[in-house]
Write a protein that binds this ligand. Structure first.
Ligand code: C5P
Length: 400
């Protein structure tokens, strides 16, 4: 999942930005929308808020004090700024460095990459002023998609139509792929496990846990964003496969172990999955009947995937990272796990129900390694993932 700040400027094509948001969200990206005042005449902030599932920002706000800082932060939090549609007027403002509303202020305040999708009347597009502005923007490294040639709302024909939303999405995905290709984890392979496992009791019942898979999926995405080739071995979850990641779906711990071993060699492996510790020794072939009375389930231990792959040997990933979800004595248990499982790092978290961490959106972790421990603040799982991916990149770079 990458984060896109979508700036919508005025023009009849603004309605297509809604389809673009839908496509971006389906592709697993988060979108924050900023509308110019003119854009609000063509598309409503409420529609965008519903589609992005995030607050929408318009230039109708007063830019004072803290709020102005907040808006500048807004652009810094994004991986990419996309202006779609980009009107002739807005391109001119970008080229000149004007900052007289929220959208143009963001463009001037950002240090993030920018993609523009121009849309305007054919004569406005062909006018030397617009072409000179585009040349200025290109020289600054700003990317563009479109405009397309075709019939226009103003009954003219020629270049000026907003590129179709799937083409804009493709340009965005191209950008993310290229950015990843030069990332610090380019040419590295990282294995990630995620989600719960389901251990069958009979054909319809199973033993499971509350893991949502969110943290593991976010880690896989963050690693891929740094250029890693990622194999994500996931137990049953409700999440869509993240784009650009090789996802292997499994149900049981034994299947997860087999899929992990098949994915080797890997430079690093992150074991986020909440693997069931036990499975039913002999799952019933047919559905257990209530009339037969309460069954006694004989359990046998599952293989420990983290310990198995962390055992020294030629196929051991250089860096293995375990998670320790604990409800008591978090640090003591995590420290013991580091040694017991022969892994390099343990990411420990407190999953007592009151913390809301398990199955929730935020996480507070302590990262332990041979050198000591690092306490991170409560962060969205996405940010924990980004920090962890950066730490993994630094460790692999240091190891050579
Ligand atoms: O021992 P515990 O289950 O608390 O260890 C948690 C860590 O070990 C997690 O990283 C989890 O993914 C991993 N694990 C595993 N296979 C198991 C049990 C746990 O990979 N069977």
């Amino acid at each position: 999942m990458r984060s896109v700040l979508l700036v919508i400027t005025g023009g009849i094509a603004a309605y297509k930005s809604q389809e673009l948001v839908r496509l971006l969200r389906t592709a697993g990206h988060s979108v924050t929308a900023v509308l110019t005042e003119a854009a609000t005449r063509f598309v409503t902030p409420l529609a965008l808020q519903t589609l992005t599932e995030a607050p929408v920002h318009t230039d109708l706000w007063s830019l004072t004090g803290e709020q102005q800082m907040g808006h500048i932060e807004l652009s810094r939090a994004a991986d990419l700024l996309v202006v779609a549609p980009a009107s002739a007027d807005f391109l001119a403002k970008m080229a000149a460095g004007l900052a007289d509303d929220l959208a143009s202020t963001l463009m001037l305040a950002t240090d993030k990459p920018v993609l523009v999708a121009p849309a305007m009347n054919v004569r406005m597009w062909q006018h030397p002023a617009t072409q000179a502005n585009m040349a200025t923007l290109r020289a600054r490294g700003i990317r563009e998609v479109g405009p397309d040639t075709g019939p226009m709302a103003c009954h003219e024909f020629g270049p000026g139509r907003l590129a179709e939303p799937p083409a804009i999405l493709a340009a965005i995905e191209d950008f993310f792929r290229e950015a990843a290709a030069i990332g610090p984890l380019a040419n590295r392979h990282v294995l990630v496990t995620a989600g719960p496992t389901h251990e069958p009791i009979d054909p319809v019942r199973y033993i499971a846990n509350r893991s949502s898979g969110r943290q593991g999926f976010a880690i896989a995405t963050a690693l891929a964003a740094l250029g890693a080739r990622v194999t994500l071995v996931s137990g049953p979850v409700e999440l869509p496969d993240p784009p650009g990641i090789d996802v292997r779906h499994v149900e049981t711990a034994e299947e997860m172990l087999t899929a992990c071993q098949a994915a080797l060699p890997a430079d690093a492996a992150v074991f986020t999955a909440a693997v069931a510790d036990w499975r039913v020794a002999l799952p019933a072939r047919n559905k257990l009947k209530k009339s037969a009375g309460a069954p006694t389930l004989a359990l046998v231990p599952n293989p420990d995937i983290l310990a198995t792959l962390s055992a020294s040997g030629p196929r051991r990933p250089r860096l293995t990272v375990g998670f320790a979800a604990e409800t008591e004595d978090v640090l003591a248990h995590a420290t013991a796990k580091l040694a017991a499982k022969n892994c390099d790092w343990v990411v420990a978290n407190d999953v007592r129900p009151a913390t809301g961490i398990m199955g929730g959106t935020h996480n507070r972790v302590v990262v332990l390694d041979a050198a000591g421990r690092e306490e991170w603040p409560m962060l969205p799982k996405r940010d924990v993932a980004i920090r962890l991916a950066a730490r993994i990149a630094a460790a692999l770079a240091a190891a050579g």
